[in-house]
Design a protein. Sequence first.
Length: 108
Amino acid sequence: MSQAVLSRIPVVAGNAYIERVQRLPSSFTATLIPERDNRYFPQAIAVIASGDKVGYVAPEVARRYYDPIVAATPPVTCPARRASLSDHETSGVELLLDFSGLSLPDAS
């Protein structure tokens, strides 16, 4: 995967989180929290901003990063931004994370 692709990690932010997402500034710092007891997706990574859960790292990406994030020294943070209108219209994605600067144990 190229660096450009890795720097645009989608966040799944359903209706339960939309009000929180709308209150976020255009750019912010996200904290990544593995949810070991998530009954719907065992490799869930919650995205926290301003003290609130605003969604989850998309499952297809979370599978790759879950174990390295669990193994990392908390808190694991990364830059984030609200998605552009075109991102939202084409994919439904509200937020994007930038994992390019994360220092994680082997995430390959």
